[in-house]
Design a protein around this ligand. Structure first.
Ligand SMILES: *Cc1c(COP(=O)(O)O)cnc(C)c1O
Length: 464
């Protein structure tokens, strides 16, 4: 969309109260008016349950390889998965911060502690590299039915991959995941990063032989440059964070795994006992893939919300305006600056927002102050160290508990909210160096004690 049309849109929507609140960086909850019953749209979606199963099967094939080359995955038989933990103490602390009742069932999905790269990117990012590696091996006659995939760690495979390169643009965590995986398989790999990406991430990648290119501008530019370079290079695969269905399907497998974990913990999910999942959103592939998978597994018994920083509400803006990747947060005057690594994205994915239109219940925003405060509360109450972005889902239950009856009715939660299981998806944190953690924690302490005299402001004040 050209600048003139954006201006037209802004002029036409000058009196839109939601736009005004976004521009003020207010914390808010947006309910998606296009959400509809899953069964009514299932067959019209561009991807299906069998695509998710196909991705799950590919990860199973590689399990023996992972158990061999990444010993930290051996405990789960080479399956990259995280714990789902009950967090009664955090539930109490977070509820008190937002001045609402403690929910009966709050769980945290610890993708913050996923093996290999310590974030949700260990699902989609690694999956896309495996798919590419497998297809190259196939084309070059290195695979046959029933072959043991530990062969991917052998010389002929490494020699083949050494002739190919991988390029990705990233705010950090995707770069870590793609970089570590590609280097392990023997690919040549370049990660384009915005200069605001953390130094320790660049250093870690370089130590693994990854070529890191820094860009003075933001994430979208890093992606664009990466894409351009990849197109100009033969035998090069570009991992397109803004537009990859492969990444998306890698993330979606989480839903099948979560179903199993809920069964193991004897947690019932049905219309009377809904599952409500809060997913931190950057460009949208991670949370979108997980939500897409969950809808296929639980249908309308699952309600999915995305969480975004108040300075980078790109998916909210794209879905609310209907312009999707045709509008950026900068277009409405926001600076896209946030402490939430991975969520500092100004423009959403080209296809995720449209795919989410009928599936997503809503999106809420959180300020950096709230995120820092939550880092401290989760560390104190659960002894769990997660990064600021990973806490963004935690205010979700409070927003719903504070919502009026009309809103709950619209969501179909008016009779069932009290029996709900809430899951805040903690998306990153395990790889954060100790001194950075200490900084986050200290900022959280300061935020709680001084800035809000105990409580972040907006969510307490706001109505839906
Ligand atoms: C990437 C990331 C997300 C969101 O994933 P997207 O696919 O960009 O929406 C959330 N949290 C963390 C820590 C991330 O690195």
């Amino acid at each position: 969309m050209n600048p003139l049309t954006i201006q037209d849109w802004l002029d036409q929507n000058a009196s839109d109260p939601l736009l005004h609140r976004l521009q003020q960086c207010e914390e808010l909850l947006w309910i998606n008016p296009k959400a509809t019953s899953f069964e009514s749209v299932r067959t019209q979606l561009p991807l299906s349950y069998s695509d998710i199963e196909d991705a799950a099967a590919r990860l199973e094939r590689f399990a023996a390889y992972f158990a061999a080359v990444f010993p930290e995955t051996a405990e789960r038989g080479g399956i990259i998965e995280s714990d789902l933990i009950r967090t009664d103490s955090a539930a109490k602390a977070v509820a008190s911060l937002f001045d609402t009742e403690t929910p009966a069932n709050l769980l945290i999905k610890c993708d913050s502690h996923l093996p290999i790269s310590g974030s949700i990117k260990a699902r989609g990012g690694i999956y896309e590299i495996l798919q590419y590696a497998e297809s190259l091996a196939q084309k070059n006659g290195l695979l046959y039915d029933g072959i043991d995939y530990t062969c991917f760690d052998s010389e002929p495979f490494k020699a083949l991959f050494g002739q190919h390169s991988i390029v990705v643009g990233s705010t950090g965590n995707l770069g870590l995941s793609i970089g570590i995986m590609s280097a392990k398989l023997g690919f040549r790999v370049t990660v384009h990063m915005s200069s605001d990406a953390r130094e320790w991430k660049k250093a870690m990648l370089r130590s693994k032989g990854v070529n890191v290119v820094e860009h003075p501008s933001d994430y979208s530019v890093a992606v664009a440059q990466g894409r351009e370079e990849a197109l100009a290079t033969p035998r090069c695969h570009f991992v397109d964070d803004e537009d990859s269905t492969t990444l998306f399907l890698g993330y979606s497998v989480a839903a099948l795994r979560l179903k199993k974990q809920l069964e193991e913990q004897q947690i019932t999910v049905d219309t009377q006992h809904p599952l409500i999942v809060y997913l931190p959103c950057g460009v949208g592939g991670g949370p979108g893939g997980v939500a897409f998978g969950l809808k296929h597994v639980f249908g309308d018994a699952v309600h999915c919300f995305f969480a975004e920083p108040t300075h980078s509400p790109c998916m909210l803006l794209g879905m609310h305006s209907g312009l999707h990747n045709g509008i950026s947060v900068q277009d409405i005057g926001l600076d896209n600056r946030t402490c939430a690594d991975g969520l500092a994205v100004g423009r959403p994915s080209a296809f995720v927002g449209e795919l989410m239109d009928p599936l997503l219940d809503g999106i809420f925003t959180a300020s950096d102050d709230t995120l820092y405060a939550l880092v401290k509360l989760v560390a104190d109450s659960e002894n769990l160290s997660i990064e600021p972005s990973a806490t963004a889902g935690l205010p979700g239950f409070a927003w719903l508990q504070k919502a009026d009856n009309k809103t709950l009715k619209q969501l179909g939660l008016e009779a069932s909210l009290a029996q709900a299981t809430h899951i805040a998806w903690a998306t990153g944190g395990n790889m954060v160096p100790e001194e950075e953690r200490a900084k986050y924690y200290e900022l959280g302490r300061l935020t709680i004690t001084s800035l809000f005299s105990g409580r972040p402001a907006d969510l307490r004040r706001s109505s839906v």
